[in-house]
Design a protein around this ligand. Structure first.
Ligand code: GUN
Ligand code: ZN
Length: 475
C-alpha cells in the first residue's frame, strides 16, 4: 500500500504557539479587540497529516485545495477536531476501586487503594487491567498523561510495553513507597532504586515514553527513600518527578509530625531535591504563601484535580490565588480518586470549584490547560499540544450532536466560545468519535466518510470500520 497524506476535515480548534496563560481571551467581547488571536479556529477546516504522523498543514478547507491533491480524505463534517487532552495526574492501578464509598484520603488509601494495588503482583491481572486503563483514556480523548504506574517491576514493564504498542507520548514510573503502608506493598529502598533504574534504561526517552520518579507522598516514604528519589533525580535530570502535595488537612498535620524539621509540606520534597521544573505536584489545595513562593521560584507544576478533590472531600482549590503565584497549573483526573477519565468532565468541575470560591474561571483557559498549557508545563510543546506544522498529530474528534441536550444547545450557539463552553459543561466519552495517535486511529466509535481528494472532491462513503478503512487498498 502506498503511504500518503491524510486530510481530516471538520471544525478545527487549537491554541497557537504564541498564546500564553495570560493571553487566552476571557470573553468573545474582549476577543474582538485582538489583532492576533491566541487560538486558531477553522469552522470548515482541514488538518493534513503526513506519512510520519506529523502535522503537514492546517487551515480553512476552501484555502487548502492545493495541499490536498492526492490526499486521502476523512470527513468528520460538523465534529470538532482538537489536540488530544493531556491528563497530568492519574493512577494506572486504581481502576478497580473507582467509586469506593465513604472515606477521605488516608482511610480511602488504607481501605481501598493499597489492597487493589497489591493485585498487580499478578502479571495477568496487570496486563488486563492496564489495557483497560489505557483504552479508557483513549476513549475519552486523552492522548498523553503523567501517571502513577504500578509498584512492581513486571507490571511497570508491561505498562510501558502496552503504551509503546499504541505509540503514546506518556510519562510514568513505578509508584514508590515503604512506610505507613501494609507490609505486602513495602519494597525496600534498594529494590525501588533497582526497579526505577531498570525501567529508565529500558524505556526513558525511548519511542515517545518518559520516566517519572514517583514517590507516592511524604507519608508513605522513609527519609532514606526520599533521599534515594533525590539521587535518582540528580542522576537523570531529564526524568520527571511526581508526588502528592497539600491534598488533605489530616495529611498535612501528619507530615508536620513526621518531618518536624520541615518549614512546610513542600519543604520536605525540596530538602531531597525533588522540587524542580520537571516536578508535577498533585492537588496543592492547602498551600501556604511560602509554599506557593517556592513553587513559583522552582517553576514546578501543580496538577489541579477538582473531580478527585470533590469525591474525597479534600477541599476547594483556589485557582485565583494560586494563579497569582504561578501559571504552571495543569489539570488532572486523578483517576482512582477522580471518578471520571474524561478531561471534559474535569474541566467542568474546575469551573464549578472556582465558582464556589467566587471566581469565574475563564472558559477557554481550561481547554488551554488541558492541551497546550500542559504540553508547555511539561516541556513537550515542541512536540504536542496544538496543530502547528511539524507537531505530532495526536488529536481527538468530538461530536457535539451525539447527545440530546448538547445537540439541543449546539443549535443555539454561534461562536467558538459558547461551543467550547457547552462541550465542557455537557460532553463526555459519548461525544468522543475518535482518537488518533500520530495520525493513526486508536479509538473510534463510528466510521467517518472517507474518500480521496482529486481536483473535484470525490468523497465516497466508506461502510467499514476505521481500521478497515486505514488498511484498505488505495485505488
Ligand atoms: N496521596 C497518596 N497517594 C494517593 C493516591 O493514590 N491518590 C490520591 N488522591 N492521593 C494520594
Ligand atoms: Zn493522585
Amino acid at each position: 500500500m502506498k503511504m500518503q497524506k491524510t486530510a481530516y476535515r471538520g471544525r478545527i480548534f487549537y491554541f497557537r504557539d504564541a498564546s500564553t496563560f495570560k493571553t487566552i481571551p476571557i470573553s468573545k467581547e474582549i476577543d474582538k479587540g485582538f489583532l492576533e488571536h491566541s487560538y486558531c479556529h477553522f469552522e470548515d477546516g482541514v488538518l493534513i497529516v503526513d506519512e510520519q504522523g506529523k502535522v503537514a498543514n492546517v487551515g480553512q478547507y476552501a484555502d487548502m485545495k492545493k495541499h490536498l491533491e492526492g490526499s486521502q480524505l476523512v470527513d468528520y463534517k460538523s465534529c470538532l477536531i482538537t489536540p488530544g487532552f493531556i491528563d497530568t495526574h492519574n493512577h494506572a492501578a486504581q481502576s478497580a476501586i473507582v467509586a469506593a464509598y465513604g472515606e477521605k484520603l488516608l482511610e480511602w488509601l488504607n481501605n481501598y487503594v493499597f489492597p487493589a494495588e497489591s493485585k498487580y503482583k499478578n502479571d495477568t491481572h496487570a496486563k488486563n487491567d492496564l489495557n483497560f486503563f489505557i483504552d479508557l483514556m483513549l476513549k475519552n480523548g486523552t492522548t498523553t498523561a503523567v501517571c502513577y504506574g504500578p509498584l512492581f517491576y513486571a507490571a511497570s514493564n508491561i505498562f510501558f510495553e502496552e503504551l509503546q504498542k499504541r505509540n503514546m507520548r506518556f510519562i510514568t514510573g513505578n509508584t514508590i513507597m515503604d512506610d505507613n503502608s501494609p507490609d505486602y506493598l513495602k519494597l525496600p529502598t534498594k529494590e525501588n532504586y533497582d526497579i526505577a533504574k531498570k525501567l529508565i534504561h529500558k524505556w526513558h526517552n525511548k519511542h515517545r515514553l518518559s520516566f517519572c520518579i514517583t514517590p507516592r507522598f511524604g507519608l508513605a516514604c522513609s527519609e532514606e527513600m526520599l533521599e534515594m528519589c533525590g539521587s535518582l533525580a540528580k542522576e537523570y535530570p531529564d526524568a520527571y518527578i511526581q508526588t502528592h502535595l497539600g491534598e488533605n488537612t489530616h495529611e498535612i498535620t501528619a507530615i508536620k509530625q513526621r518531618f518536624p524539621w520541615s518549614k512546610h509540606y513542600l519543604d520536605v520534597y525540596d530538602h531531597y531535591g525533588l522540587v524542580t521544573d520537571r516536578a508535577v505536584f498533585g492537588h496543592g489545595i492547602h498551600l501556604t504563601e511560602l509554599e506557593l513562593e517556592v513553587l513559583k521560584a522552582k517553576k514546578s507544576i501543580l496538577a489541579h484535580c477538582p473531580t478527585s478533590n470533590n469525591f474525597l472531600g479534600s477541599g476547594l482549590f483556589n485557582f485565583k490565588r494560586t494563579s497569582q503565584y504561578t501559571n504552571r497549573i495543569t489539570l488532572g483526573t486523578d483517576w482512582g480518586a477522580g471518578n471520571t477519565m474524561s478531561m471534559l468532565r474535569v474541566m467542568d468541575d474546575a469551573y464549578k470549584v472556582a465558582m464556589l470560591s467566587g471566581f469565574k474561571l475563564p472558559s477557554m483557559l481550561r481547554w488551554y490547560l488541558a492541551t497546550l498549557g500542559a504540553a508547555r508545563a511539561l516541556h513537550i510543546d515542541d512536540k504536542v499540544g496544538n496543530f502547528e506544522k511539524g507537531k505530532e498529530a495526536d488529536f481527538t474528534v468530538i461530536d457535539p450532536n451525539a447527545t440530546p441536550i448538547l445537540k439541543y444547545r449546539n443549535n443555539q450557539v454561534d461562536d467558538i466560545f459558547e461551543l467550547l463552553f457547552i462541550i465542557m459543561s455537557l460532553a463526555d466519552d459519548r461525544n468522543i468519535v475518535a482518537t488518533y495517535i500520530m495520525g493513526k486511529p486508536v479509538y473510534t466509535n463510528q466510521a467517518p466518510v472517507r474518500g480521496y481528494y482529486t481536483s473535484n472532491l470525490m468523497a465516497e462513503s466508506f461502510s467499514g470500520s476505521i481500521e478497515q478503512a486505514a488498511n484498505a487498498e488505495i485505488k
